[in-house]
Design a protein around this ligand. Structure first.
Ligand code: FES
Ligand code: FES
Length: 166
């Protein structure tokens, strides 16, 4: 069986897994990280979204064997020392969840949108969430939460416009 060296939530380890082992199986079944959910197992719902080297990926659709040397982050590592991540805080304040099943994937997708430079406006955020489904259909709150989360993750620059001298 292949031996794959992966960092998960800051801990690097070598995993000996069958070639067919998916990332979500490694996370949930081998590492006990059950915050990453499985809604479809066919790359449609986004409930299994995690970050790989900062990019959002659907972990049901990625093989562990593809991840040698990569850095994986799951919902369990988003809050720091008991303090919610700004995106999690925004979900809490803007009622971005109902049953909560889709929420870990939504939060991870929202965090990835920051590094992708997705503008913090409703239309762009809706487009960015097109691969994440909510069976409770709570999209209004989810979109508002991601917009607010992106705004919090991007503090206003000091000193006014970067183009002030042009
Ligand atoms: S469980 Fe991975 S996309 Fe639905
Ligand atoms: S809050 Fe229930 S599936 Fe989205």
């Amino acid at each position: 069986m292949p031996q794959i060296d992966i960092e998960v939530n800051g801990k690097r380890a070598v995993h000996t897994v069958p070639a067919s082992r998916t990332l979500v199986q490694l996370l949930r079944e081998d590492l006990g990280l059950s915050g990453t959910h499985v809604g479809c197992d066919t790359a449609q719902c986004g409930a299994c979204t995690v970050l790989v080297d900062g990019r959002a990926v659907k972990s049901c659709n990625v093989l562990v064997a593809q991840l040698a040397g990569r850095r994986v982050q799951t919902i369990e590592a988003v809050a720091r020392e008991g303090v919610l991540h700004p995106m999690q805080q925004a979900f809490s304040e803007h009622h971005g969840l109902q049953c909560g099943f889709c929420t870990p994937g939504m939060v991870m997708r929202g965090i990835a949108m920051d590094s992708e430079g997705v503008p913090a406006d409703e239309e762009q955020v809706r487009r960015g969430l097109c691969g994440n489904l909510c069976r409770c259909t709570g999209y209004e709150g989810i979109v508002k939460a991601v917009v607010a989360g992106l705004q919090r993750m991007r503090p206003p620059c000091e000193g006014g416009s970067a183009h002030a001298g042009l």
